[in-house]
Design a protein around this ligand. Structure first.
Ligand code: GDP
Length: 362
């Protein structure tokens, strides 16, 4: 079971990933969240004292705050307040490498921001014909520029909505191009391996180590692939495309899953999943279960799978790990480049046996 502490530890890891220095954590247990301050006024004051003492510039809450709660807390604490969703969006923004990924992140950020503009109306001065009592002279300079009675807030909202619509169109376009690449791949029957795993498990490190260990020279045909997909050759001369994916997180807000479905499309389309597990982590099993749950949601849990039990260099007794708990598991250290040959070998084996059962429809 994931407790409050686990969740907060994960939040701290995420905060560090986003570049923050974690000064301290505070837990509040309430039967119901306080509608105004989420943690309750007394706790908020305690938090304010800590924030001042430790000279913090940011407070991160492990739960989605309503726009009102966020504002009330910022006022009380006198520092910027963000919630888990905003933090995850920030990390995604730092990690989005493909065009589609970046579009998806911007879309999710704007959708998150839109309702949060509300209520700030007081901060904006009414513009244009809004000041109905004023004489024509005072508003004359803005004729033809501003809409009648439109506030700054309305203008911002309208801009965001039109950008959201634009982004959705662009995403559709990128998707159809991607579908084209996929058709090319299917036609050539080059299997796709998607690297999945919990955030911080070592996916990127392993992805880089593996592609260095087994890369094929730049292939013109795939020059248009997005930068997170590479063409490799496995033992037995089996070619494959290997693709990195965004990290899975235990409390990934559902609407972010929807926004990132396209980023996870590689997973849905993959022939084989390479799940990276940080075997040195005390919650390795739970983290892997979380990944499996998301895979299930994506309807991708029935795919052949290989597990890289990563970070064995951190274990006192690497020989003592129970590899039978995970499908086709190979212990590795991506950092020290250990176990990679065995992993490539396993990928080739599982791929070869699964491809026997796959009918390629062209
Ligand atoms: P990702 O979030 O899954 O892509 O994880 P990263 O590849 O960014 O790795 C997360 C952290 O774990 C980084 O600090 C890596 O240096 C570290 N790491 C990755 N693989 C290993 C490993 O085999 N051993 C150790 N000790 N650290 C590792």
């Amino acid at each position: 079971m994931w407790g409050v502490e686990d969740s907060l530890n994960e939040l701290a890891t995420l905060a560090r990933t986003a570049g923050a220095q974690v000064m301290g954590t505070l837990i509040q247990r309430l039967p119901h969240p306080d509608p105004l301050t989420y943690v309750g006024k007394g706790k908020a004051q305690e938090l304010r004292d800590q924030v001042q003492q430790l000279n913090c510039s940011l407070a991160i809450f492990d739960h989605e705050l309503s726009p009102n709660q966020q504002r009330a807390l910022e006022k009380l604490l006198n520092v910027r307040v963000v919630d888990r969703t905003a933090l995850i969006l920030d990390i995604f923004a730092q990690h989005a490498r493909t065009r589609e990924g970046r579009l998806q992140v911007e879309l999710a950020q704007l959708e998150y921001r839109l309702p949060r503009l509300a209520g700030r109306e007081v901060e904006y001065t009414r513009q244009g014909g809004g000041s109905r009592g004023a004489g024509a002279g005072s508003a004359g300079g803005a004729i033809g520029v501003r809409g009648p009675g439109e506030t700054r807030l309305e203008i911002d909202r309208r801009r965001i909505r039109s950008r959201i619509a634009e982004l959705k169109d662009e995403i559709e376009e990128v998707r159809s191009q991607r579908a084209l690449h996929r058709q090319q791949r299917i036609a050539q029957a080059i299997p796709v391996v998607a690297v999945v795993g919990y955030t911080n498990a070592g996916k990127s490190t392993l992805f880089n180590a593996l592609t260095e260990a087994g890369v094929l020279a730049e292939n013109k045909l795939f020059a248009t692939l997005d930068p997170i997909t590479r063409h490799i050759v496995l033992p037995g001369n089996q070619e494959a495309l290997i693709t990195d994916t965004v990290g899975f997180i235990q409390k990934l807000p559902t609407r972010l899953i929807a926004a990132f479905r396209a980023t996870l499309e590689e997973v849905i389309e993959a022939d084989l999943l390479l799940q990276v597990v940080d075997i040195s982590h005390e919650n390795a099993i739970e983290q892997s279960e979380t990944v499996n749950e998301v895979l299930e949601e994506l309807d991708a849990h029935d795919k052949p799978e290989v597990t890289a039990l990563n970070k064995i260099d951190l274990l006192d007794d690497p020989a003592g790990i129970d590899i039978s708990l995970y499908p086709n598991a190979v212990p590795v250290s991506a950092l020290r480049q250990e176990g990679l040959d065995a992993l490539l070998q396993k990928l080739a084996e599982v791929l070869a046996s699964s491809m026997d059962h796959v009918q390629v429809v062209i």
